[in-house]
Design a protein around this ligand. Structure first.
Ligand SMILES: [Zn+2]
Length: 88
């Protein structure tokens, strides 16, 4: 574990605070994990289906979904720092 950056205090969370943080990250993840059902992704999926692909999720998610995916990865990484297990 790296030392806190200058000007930042190292904090130790109690179990209650850790629980709140876990819920926060869970909510954030739920918000950011893209269902891949936005109009752009739906269109890309339809095109890939017509093209004979499995049509599960577009190989290239739209920009908004890609951003959400990147952010949810960051949330999962932050949760891991606190030892918080995230779903999926
Ligand atoms: Zn999308």
């Amino acid at each position: 574990m790296s030392a806190p950056a200058a000007g930042r205090a190292a904090v130790v969370l109690d179990d209650g605070q850790l629980g709140v943080l876990a819920r926060m990250l869970g909510d954030a993840l739920e918000r950011r994990t893209p269902p891949g059902d936005c109009a752009d992704c739906e269109l890309a999926r339809e095109i890939s289906r017509i093209g004979g692909a499995d049509g599960v999720f577009p190989a290239e998610p739209c920009e908004a979904c890609a951003d959400d995916l990147a952010m949810s990865d960051e949330y999962v990484a932050l949760a891991a720092v606190f030892g918080i297990e995230t779903e999926s």
